[in-house]
Every structure is written in C-alpha cells, then in structure tokens.
Design a protein around this ligand. Structure first.
Ligand code: BV8
Length: 235
C-alpha cells in the first residue's frame, strides 16, 4: 500500500496504561472499584455531586505524577513528520488525561472531554482546572457554585462528532490503539472507515471489535506503537 496521506488514530485508556493510569475494564480497572452508574452519568452527579467530584478530583490529582509514554511520543513524532508534507494526522482520544498534549500532539480531539477543564452548568464557561472541585467551588466567570468536570458521561453526546465523522469519511488509514471497543460511538468508528481506508488495531489483547479490522497487532502500546509509526514513516 502506498504510504497513507490522511490518518485517523483513535486512542483509549490502554495507551495510558504504561504511564501508570488505570484502564476501565481490565481486571484492576476503574470500573472494578467504582460503578459507572455512581460516577459516570448525569444522574449520578445529580444524586451525589460530592461523590462524583471526589472521583474526578482523585484522577485529576494523579496527572502531575504520571508522564507520557513511548506510545504517546510516537504519535507526536508521526504528527511532526507529517507537518508540511501534505499528509494529515488526527488523533481522536476517548481519554480525559493530558498525556497526548504533554507528548506534543496538537492535532487532537478529546471526544469524552478533559479532566483538566471544568464546565459551569449555570453560564456554560469551560475554564481550565488543575485543582480539586467541590459543590462549593464558585465559577470564575459567574461565581455560581455550579461547576462540574467537563467530561462526557454515559447518555451525553460526545464532543467534536462532526469533525470526527468528516475525518473518518476522508481517511485512508484508521488506527485504533488501546481501547476495548465497548463504548459507542467510538467503537463504531472502524465501521465508518472500513471500505475506503485500511483499518488496524493495536491492542494488548483482542478488543470486542477486532474482527472488524483489516489487521490486529497485539502487544503493549509502548512497544507496538513506536514500531508501527517507524514502519509508516519508512527508512
Ligand atoms: C452517547 C467519561 C448518544 C470520562 C466515558 C447499547 C449499544 C450501543 C450504545 C449504547 C448502548 N447502551 C448505551 C449506549 C450508549 C453508551 C455506550 O456505548 N454504552 C456501552 C457501555 C454499551 N455510550 C454513551 O452513552 C455515549 N454517548 O451514546 O450519546 C446521544 C445521542 C443523542 C443525544 C445524547 C446522547 C457516551 C460515552 C462516553 C462515556 N464516558 N468516560 C471518564 O470518566 O473517563 S466512557 C469510558 O469508557 C472511558 O472514558 C473510556 O473512554 C471509554 C472506553 O474505554 P476504553 O478507553 O476502551 O478503556 P477500557 O478499559 O474499556 O479498555 C482498555 C483497552 O486497553 C483494553 O482493550 C486493554 O486490552 C487495552 N490495554 C490495556 N493495557 C494496554 C492496552 N493496550 C495496549 N497497551 C497496553 N499496555
């Protein structure tokens, strides 16, 4: 195949696992300790804001303690190599951590929002947010105590879907990295791309959608992603 010119990469929690952030559905995953319905739905937040704030405050506090890994760095290297060459790379991440940015990726969309951003449910402001948040924290813009994490919960519409749909329809290579393929609409992206794009999955183990991909490369992201990027960029 000629070298791809329009690449879309989807990442999930598996790409951050070797940086020390837990995934969701592995044996030691986040959902083995906390129930989705208690922390990751609008109803959960309405029922117990303090509990949901504590869940996201703990995950936000972890970020300064972890660093991007070789897989994040490889995607940033791919973006840099494409720059100015007429080739396009878009990374769409389901992750709410900031490891892609810290590795240097700029053509990046967080479809499930970001841990380091707040959203005011009163005025809609979305200020950057590094510290803890509570039911008593005033919005910097309108002073209302109405802040929530700016993340997408189950039942809420993911972000940037028009841009993502367009990129998937135009791409000639779709790569899925470190995701179990259980959460939609992300899990359906491979079906939008296949037919006109080569589709490749890089994962520690087969995902729920493995059979939908042209190729499946199994192994840890910090090994398989740099090797995949080097093969893409050639000698
Ligand atoms: C929506 C928030 C519509 C932030 C998250 C039935 C059928 C189809 C869909 C549905 C359905 N019932 C309900 C739905 C919709 C629902 C859904 O898909 N439910 C699933 C469970 C069936 N989806 C939604 O609600 C979405 N919204 O559909 O809106 C709509 C339409 C109109 C109007 C309004 C709305 C919203 C989904 C977003 C939910 N928010 N997170 C946060 O707290 O993080 S989702 C949550 O799961 C995470 O954020 C994460 O992004 C996401 C996916 O998980 P993964 O990233 O894949 O992680 P996981 O642990 O599962 O897998 C890790 C993988 O890595 C594994 O495969 C593992 O093998 C691999 N791995 C591990 N280590 C490594 C590795 N790989 C490589 N190297 C390693 N070292």
């Amino acid at each position: 195949m000629s070298s791809p010119r329009r690449v879309v990469v989807l990442t999930g929690a598996g790409i951050s696992r070797e940086s020390g952030l837990h995934t969701f559905r592995d044996a030691d995953g986040i959902w083995s300790k906390v129930r989705i319905e208690d922390v990751c739905t609008p109803e959960a937040f309405a029922a117990d804001q303090a509990y949901v704030h504590a869940f996201y405050n703990a995950r936000r506090a972890q970020l300064p303690e972890v660093a991007p890994n070789a897989a994040h760095a490889a995607l940033a290297r791919l973006e840099a190599a494409f720059e100015g060459s007429g080739r396009e790379l878009l990374v769409v991440t389901q992750n709410i951590d900031d490891l892609h940015e810290r590795a240097g990726s700029a053509h990046l969309l967080h479809m499930h929002g970001e841990l380091l951003r707040a959203r005011c449910t009163r005025c809609g402001a979305t200020p950057d947010w590094n510290g803890p948040m509570s039911v008593d924290t005033p919005c910097p813009a309108c002073a209302a105590t109405a802040l929530r994490p700016d993340v997408v919960w189950f039942g809420e519409m993911p972000l940037h879907m028009d841009a993502i749909q367009g990129a998937l329809e135009r791409c000639d290579l779709f790569v899925s990295i470190g995701t179990s393929g259980t959460v939609y609409p992300a899990a359906g992206f491979v079906q939008i791309a296949s037919g006109h794009a080569r589709t490749v999955e890089l994962n520690l183990e087969p995902s729920e959608g493995s059979s939908l991909f042209d190729h499946s490369i199994l192994g840890p992201a910090t090994d398989r992603v740099p090797a995949f990027v080097s093969a893409l960029l050639g000698p």
